[in-house]
Design a protein around this ligand. Sequence first.
Ligand code: EPZ
Length: 417
Amino acid sequence: MDKIRINGGRPLSGEVLISGAKNSALPCIAATLLTAEPVWLQNAPRRVRDVTTIILLLEHLGINASWEGDVLRLEADSIDEFEAPYDMVKTMRASVLVLGPLVARFGKAVVSLPGGCAIGARPIDMHLKGLEALGATISIEHGYVNASANKLRGAHYRFPNVTVTGTENLVLAASLAEGETILENCAIEPEVGDVIALIRKMGAKITGDDKSTLRIQGVAALHGAEHSIIPDRIEAGTFLMAGAITGGKIAVKRCCPEHLTAAIGKLEENGCRIERGKNEILIESPEVLKPADVETQPYPLFPTDLQAQYMAVMTQAAGISTIHETIFENRFMHVGELQRMRADIKIHGHIAEVHGRTPLSGASVMATDLRASASLILAGLVAEGTTVIQRVYHIDRGYERIEEKLRGLGAHIERIS
Ligand code: EPZ
């Protein structure tokens, strides 16, 4: 199994190009099940393993998928399978995104319950309640969700809590329902806006995006379209933090600065000098980082998917910072590994207290989930000596060739198999 080896202690410099967003590509790919006509997705992150996984799932359902360079062509004109098996869903929870489109277009779907994951129980009750509100009959047997409906019909549904893929699943389903659907307390993450932009090009009638209340006028059928996936704001944020923690000066290019307002604001509080361009961000790290507390919240506030990376940065800040994780109940798995690198972090329930400035010491560490592995890479970049990260398959789920991109910025990092 691959490992990543880092010799730390070098400030990063230069520029890095950001890939398309994993968390937009997944719902956009699932959305292509809504039409029999071909859909072209540009800027899809081809080397992100979760993208490969969802394409394999859609091919299992009968979709024709092919790449033309970085353009993904999908055509759902011969869907003959309506079951998303456990073996596929267990490797990637976002597989649940086929549920809404299959019920909406074909009136049936059998999707394995994703089960829990390293960062939390992550139930899908709001996805199911929402589909029931649209008239689907839902039953759960032997670990599978059975969903059926002659025809979904418009309804008024309020999400008890903000859910990203829950919002996406219901928007996709409602786009082919009879009549109007009003969804309240929706997630407004840029990735939600991006899949709405795609299905709008496919003929969907949706108003209110970027707002927490969406109105979807169902249509009889959707057609093909071309769409370019937005840049990955979490990858961009990860590289900004790599610049901050190493005392570097880097340009993060082909990204969308507006999508990173909360993270940029925090890094400026830490003393980083940041310049925003049209689709690039220049970050210069100060001599000494200042501590700043953070609380994860739904967009547009500080994203939980940058929490672990920010914690690594705070180990190098002069003073105490607290990190309050409010989205997932178990998203501090990286703390134990950072402590193995001599980080001084104390956990009080969902709050981590980071005492800095602590010189980190390179060590062998274990990745536990996607973003935790990114935080270990950041820690390895600043640690004295060599860090070896195991189970890097976690990082490949959401980053395209991260070690090559970091090497391009002057890091001493390599993948060892
Ligand atoms: C999306 O997951 C992202 N994944 C996650 O990114 C991200 O961490 C998360 O949103 C929050 O921003 C994708 O977009 C593919 P939620 P999702 O439903 O949709 C609870 C990464 O690192 N909840 O918004 O699964 C849930 O348990 C990944 O790229 C219910 O209780 O997250 C959590 O506590 C990790 N019932 C909270 O809501 C439900 O039916 C928010 O989860 C749905 C969610």
